[in-house]
Design a protein around this ligand. Sequence first.
Ligand SMILES: CC(C)(COP(=O)(O)OP(=O)(O)OC[C@H]1O[C@@H](n2cnc3c(N)ncnc32)[C@H](O)[C@@H]1OP(=O)(O)O)[C@@H](O)C(=O)NCCC(=O)NCCS
Length: 145
Amino acid sequence: MLQHAVTGRSGALAIVACDAATDGRRSSDDVVGCITAQLEEIIAEDASVSGRGAPHSAPAGACSLVLLTLVVRADLRKQGVGSTLLAALRRRGRELKASGIVTDVAAANEAANSFFTASGFKKGSSSRGGSDSMIELTLPLGCSN
Ligand SMILES: CC(C)(COP(=O)(O)OP(=O)(O)OC[C@H]1O[C@@H](n2cnc3c(N)ncnc32)[C@H](O)[C@@H]1OP(=O)(O)O)[C@@H](O)C(=O)NCCC(=O)NCCS
């Protein structure tokens, strides 16, 4: 699996997972998954207060990665592609000195909730109720990740 990492000037980050072609060539058909994120400064006055952008107790001025999208081709799920993409994002986040990763996921999205929980994310606040409910998930980026 080949991965491409791009970090834009604004802190936008995209990592794409591709099938390793046996003949060394690739085409757009080879894309099997993608993860995107945005590096954002933690703006909470007291960054130790749990909230969006503050994955854990972080010093003022610290940055966190807001995970925007993660998707794996439907016929290739449950084979470790999502975990590989997340691991690449964690590595990149540590390189960028991000204190953690934060994301929102629909409460009704059982696969995603299972994935993020299995990956070490902790559940935070939830918004709205019923089927529209969104859950905030956070993952600190320590040296041991
Ligand atoms: C969520 C998603 C990215 C997971 O990708 P994936 O490649 O299938 O995940 P992995 O194979 O790396 O799974 C790692 C672990 O997550 C958990 N997990 C993943 N999919 C699961 C499912 N459908 N049901 C239960 N647990 C699941 C398991 O614990 C799994 O470990 P295991 O295979 O040893 O049991 C994928 O299901 C997807 O693209 N969903 C649609 C888009 C989406 O909802 N994205 C998240 C919100 S942005």
